[in-house]
Write a new protein. Structure first.
Length: 699
């Protein structure tokens, strides 16, 4: 028992160990840059080992919590003034234990994978330092015992995402993408900060349970307006809207693909986007008593799920297709939370973390193989129109990608089936309209994921087709030309510059070989894929509706474990078969359509696109959200700035200049009066007296 308690005493090491690794390697890069870069494998090994220790500790804590150990919280007084007390520390409960395992396992496998993917990159060591800091920030967020401490780590996660998305900062798209992510998240975080301050003003606490209890009591007693409480809750929800890429603050997520693939996997699976859903779970005591806030959360999630799926249909970049898929799946989780299905939302968060991490790492493996054929041009290496037939060249990548595809499509018995089906069942119970949106999205998901699989791994290999390459280059030139507009430098120069920088970033001296066909990735990249395939296939079995161990372990804060057990015992086979059958049925329709369009070629997708051109353009242009943001916010803010400048120049500066002119003129006039002659002053006095006498005489 003492050894168990000791694990809890030292649980603070879990976020501190990766932070220590990032700090020491960072100091080495700053102070002894050449030596640290030469010892690249040693530096990486050191960071991975520290995270490995954190992972072992996380599993020990999870096992202890699973065995029934009570929640453990350790805090210190950080600041105090009068009655005000601010504490910092860490807490270990069921939710924390689960999140620690998810974050450490995915981060560990991503770090192992990184060794192969970034092997020839000059920034190899720096990338590992950033990854370690990112992991530390997320782990710190997960163990935070109060809302204020979560906010501190929340901002650290945002900073790390900025560094990692813009890792190849020499490429303009990467530099733009990290700024876009940073600015978009600041919008959401400002709402979150206002919500935190308003909650403290209303409840006098940053503790989750205390805030929930006090706010509920105040609303029920009539001492606090339901409308104001709902507004405060929605302000807090703005933070997860940005972090978990919900409409309308989702625009940063696809652009985040400009970062190296390992960080795409980490952001989209277990860190940044998971932070938003985690915060909704932590704040559930505040949200659940406010029906308006819950409806806003549920419908935001439902709309985001549908929008992300419809955009993913037309994506040709393999990573961007997966990015919109992540946005859609996060919508499912948020919808579940809004529908009150706390356990279902977190269950999908867990299953999605594993299969989406695997899918992204598979895409990185594909890109790595394609670069051997098309060179280090991200436009060509990531476009599925140049792929095809990769299964025979990259069998392990193909099999693992297929497992991930079956999981996300909700095909039984893969992990995604159990979690997605539970969300749809809960949504139907809460509001059939929510279920309808989720059900339709499930069909679209199955279609676009198998479209990606068939386009990438089946058919003939198209990587050596020069006509397709030229078409893609022309499209890219046109895009750059439109993006930079009249007066910008020649788009050709921009493209050449991008290619040069990308080549320098990816290649080491002597690494200029090309081949006619792709090849399987090295073991350091393949082993994490195989490791992630296991939970993608099996982990859903812990949350089956007839033996729901997950729901028993993870239940809403105000709900006893007995309630979760009762729901499992009250399992209805006919209801399950109806709900599961409908979701699998729509999924099979989507898969069948994908087979007919992209495998057997019995249906021509281009012909369909021509017939539904407005809808096709809506999807291809990402619902025009970026264009609207460009007109309203970018150009609008510039016009506003010009108007303010005009006001500043004409009115503010005009008043200042007028005051100066009046002073100048009056000074010029007074200098003739102030001449120092006594006779002149006497004359002025005489004139003034005479004027007064005349004035008095007239009156």
């Amino acid at each position: 028992m003492e050894s168990v308690e000791l694990i809890y005493e030292y649980a603070w090491l879990i976020p501190v160990l990766p932070l220590l690794g990032a700090t020491l390697v960072g100091i080495g890069l700053i102070s002894y840059s050449k030596a640290t870069n030469e010892l690249r494998r040693l530096s990486a090994g050191f960071i991975v080992s520290l995270l490995g220790v954190a992972m072992v500790l996380s599993f020990a804590l999870f096992w202890s919590q699973f065995q029934g150990h009570e929640s453990y919280t350790k805090v210190i007084e950080w600041a105090s003034a009068g009655d005000f007390r601010l504490t910092m520390g860490y807490t270990i409960d069921h939710l924390t234990a689960l999140m620690l395992v998810i974050v450490t396992t995915v981060a560990f496998l991503v770090m192992v994978y990184t060794d192969g993917y970034m092997a020839h990159d000059p920034g190899y060591v720096r990338f590992y330092a950033y990854l370690s800091l990112f992991s530390s920030s997320m782990l710190g967020l997960v163990v935070s015992p109060n809302l204020l401490e979560i906010y501190i780590f929340w901002e650290l996660v945002g900073m790390c995402s900025y560094l990692l998305i813009g890792f190849w900062y020499g490429r303009k798209p990467a530099a733009d993408a990290c700024q876009k992510a940073f600015v978009t998240n600041r919008v959401g975080d400002f709402g979150l900060l206002l919500g935190i301050l308003a909650l403290f003003w209303a409840t006098g606490s940053f503790e989750f349970d205390v805030m929930g209890e006090r706010l509920t009591d105040m609303v029920q007693s009539g001492g606090f307006s339901v409308a104001i409480a709902s507004v405060i809750a929605i302000l807090v929800f703005l933070g997860p809207v940005a972090k978990s890429a919900q409409f309308p603050l989702h625009v940063w997520l696809p652009d985040a693909m400009e970062g190296p693939t390992p960080i795409s996997a980490l952001i989209h699976a277990a860190t940044m986007v998971a932070a938003g859903v985690f915060l909704i779970a932590r704040m559930f005591p505040v949200f659940e008593g406010l029906p308006v806030a819950m409806d806003v959360i549920a419908w935001t999630g439902a709309f985001t799920a549908f929008m992300g799926a419809t955009i993913a249909i037309t994506q040709n970049d393999i990573k961007k297709g997966l990015a919109y898929s992540t946005m859609s799946q996060l919508g499912y989780m948020v919808m579940a939370m809004g529908a009150g299905a706390y356990g279902a939302g977190l269950f999908h968060l867990m299953t999605h973390a594993y299969f989406k991490a695997m899918l992204f790492l598979c895409s990185g493996s594909v890109i790595h193989g394609m670069e051997a054929v098309v060179g280090h041009d991200p436009v060509l290496a990531q476009d599925m129109r140049l792929m095809g037939g990769l299964r025979k060249y990259m069998p392990i990548t193909a099999i693992t990608f297929l497992i991930g595809t079956l999981a996300i499509c909700g095909v039984p018995p893969f992990a995604g089936f159990w979690s997605k089906d539970e969300i749809l069942g809960s949504a139907f119970a809460a509001n059939p309209a929510l279920w309808a949106v989720g059900w339709l999205t499930a069909g679209i998901t199955a279609f676009y994921m198998f479209r990606m699989y068939f386009s990438t791994f089946e058919g003939a290999f198209r990587g050596t087709d020069e006509s397709i390459k030229q078409q893609l280059k022309d499209e890219n030139l046109q895009r750059l030309g439109l993006a930079f507009g009249p007066g910008a430098m020649n788009p050709q120069e921009l493209t050449l510059d991008t290619e040069t920088i990308t080549t320098e970033l990816h290649q080491s001296p002597g690494d200029h070989h090309h081949s006619e066909t792709p090849h399987e990735s090295p073991l350091s990249m393949v082993i994490p894929l195989m490791a992630l395939a296991v939970p993608s296939l099996l982990i859903g079995l812990v949350g089956t509706p007839f033996a729901n161990y997950f729901e028993e372990f993870i239940h809403a804060p105000g709900e006893a474990a007995a309630v979760a057990l009762e729901s499992t015992e009250a399992f209805d086979w006919s209801e399950f078969l109806l709900m599961a059958g409908s979701s699998v049925g729509i999924g099979l329709i989507g898969i069948t359509l994908a087979v007919m369009m992209y495998l057997s070629k019995k249906i021509d997708p281009a012909a369909i696109a021509q017939k539904i051109q407005p809808l096709y353009q809506l999807s291809l242009n990402k619902w025009y959200i970026d264009d609207i943001n460009e007109v309203v916010f970018v150009q609008g803010s510039r016009k506003l700035a010009k108007s303010v400048l005009e006001i500043d120049i004409r009115i503010v500066d005009g008043l200042v200049n007028l005051a100066g002119f009046v002073t100048l003129v009056s000074g010029e006039g007074l200098k003739y009066l102030e001449n120092g002659r006594a006779q002149f002053y006497a004359l002025i006095v005489f004139g003034a007296v005479l004027g007064l006498v005349l004035l008095s005489g007239l009156t």
